[in-house]
Design a protein around this ligand. Structure first.
Ligand code: SF4
Length: 343
């Protein structure tokens, strides 16, 4: 059984914006999955949906099996426990996520006291251990957020995420606000923690290079769907889907002066989730679109060993049948059985 098994997940915001549409993903303990895509492609919405952190009124369908238990159908008491002990989130911008008027040690200790029912002395000891795990002296527990550097604050955020020994960490752009040197340190720290504690990691970023460097697998999202998925290095170096290729080409590569001086961009923006184009949602921006792409929505299907892509130009591996029109992924059913995301 996988640590995380997401099945046909769909999220629709009030007003009808279909932010996530029919996503299937799996993650095993000790593995790292990168979620890539531009802003507005559904990555953060998907991450928040995993722990039912979306605003009230948002409709969510599908299954989110965490160690076999469906988060979407849990009672709220169980969801609150799972949010710390089962899975936790590291958000970007630690300065905004930490409370400016409380010492960081108290903020790390709070979930330990609440969810682990620890004594004050036990929570303090655990806080010191967590700070040391993330490379900070235990004495920094007495600091206020403004007394720490950006990198130190992000380490505190990671310590908080680890406070109740979760099995899964969801890191949403955890290094975007940091300079390159500190970014590298934080990424290595996250990798080390995942390996040492056999955690599952979902890391979200618009930066394919960072994800390729950190994660085992990559899933590239566009207009709320996964359009390519596979081993991280292969997706980054040899994308099958034109959007994944454009995303990869948008970042300069180390050791490749040509890309450094001429990173290739992609014109336009992702579509409004409330007014998606017909057919392949990428067709208005796709440099190699066919006429039929405005009508036909390709399925996500095998595109090589351990790879999947959703594009009519991607040949299936030998022995795999061609997709038929009927196989095109359907829009999520009318959401009559939709569940609220928050109480
Ligand atoms: Fe481009 Fe057509 Fe492939 Fe969509 S299906 S990515 S529009 S070629």
């Amino acid at each position: 059984m996988s640590l995380l098994d997401v099945r046909n997940l769909a999220v629709t915001y009030p007003g009808g914006a279909a932010a996530v549409r029919g996503v299937d993903l799996r993650l095993d303990a000790g593995r790292k999955l990168g979620l890539a895509g531009e802003s507005g492609c559904g990555k953060s919405t998907l991450a928040l949906a995993l722990l039912r952190l979306l605003p009230s009124g948002t409709r969510v369908t599908g299954e989110v099996l965490l160690d076999g238990e469906d988060v979407l159908t849990m009672k709220w008491g169980r969801v609150r426990a799972v949010r710390w002990a089962g899975a936790s989130v590291v958000f970007q911008g630690a300065m905004h996520s930490l409370n400016a008027v409380h010492r960081v040690g108290d903020q790390i200790a709070e979930p330990i006291l609440l969810h682990k029912k620890a004594t004050s002395a036990g929570a303090k000891k655990k806080t010191g251990e967590l700070l040391e795990q993330v490379g900070l002296p235990a004495a920094r527990a007495d600091a206020y957020p403004h007394e720490l550097s950006g990198g130190q604050r992000q380490r505190v955020m990671i310590a908080m995420a680890l406070a109740c020994d979760p099995r899964l960490i969801i890191a949403d752009e955890p290094t975007t606000a940091l300079d390159v040197m500190v970014q590298a340190q934080i990424l290595r720290l996250i990798e080390q923690l995942v390996a040492d504690q056999d955690l599952g990691l979902i890391m979200i970023s618009h930066d394919l290079a960072v994800l390729a460097d950190t994660c085992d697998r990559l899933a590239v999202m566009y207009a709320g769907r996964v359009v390519e998925e596979g081993p991280a290095a292969q997706v980054y170096e040899d994308a099958r889907h034109p959007y994944a290729g454009a995303l990869s080409a948008a970042f300069p590569r180390i050791g490749d002066p040509a890309s450094r001086f001429a990173p290739q961009g992609l014109a336009g923006d992702p579509p409004d989730p409330a007014a998606l184009p017909s057919g392949c949602t990428f067709h208005p921006r796709c440099p190699v679109a066919l006429e039929s792409c405005a009508e036909q929505d390709p399925v996500l299907r095998a595109a090589g060993p351990e790879r999947r892509a959703a594009c009519v130009l991607v040949d299936p591996p030998e022995g795999e049948p061609e997709a038929t029109d009927e196989q095109a992924i359907q829009e999520p059913e009318a959401l009559e059985e939709a569940r609220p995301s928050t109480p």
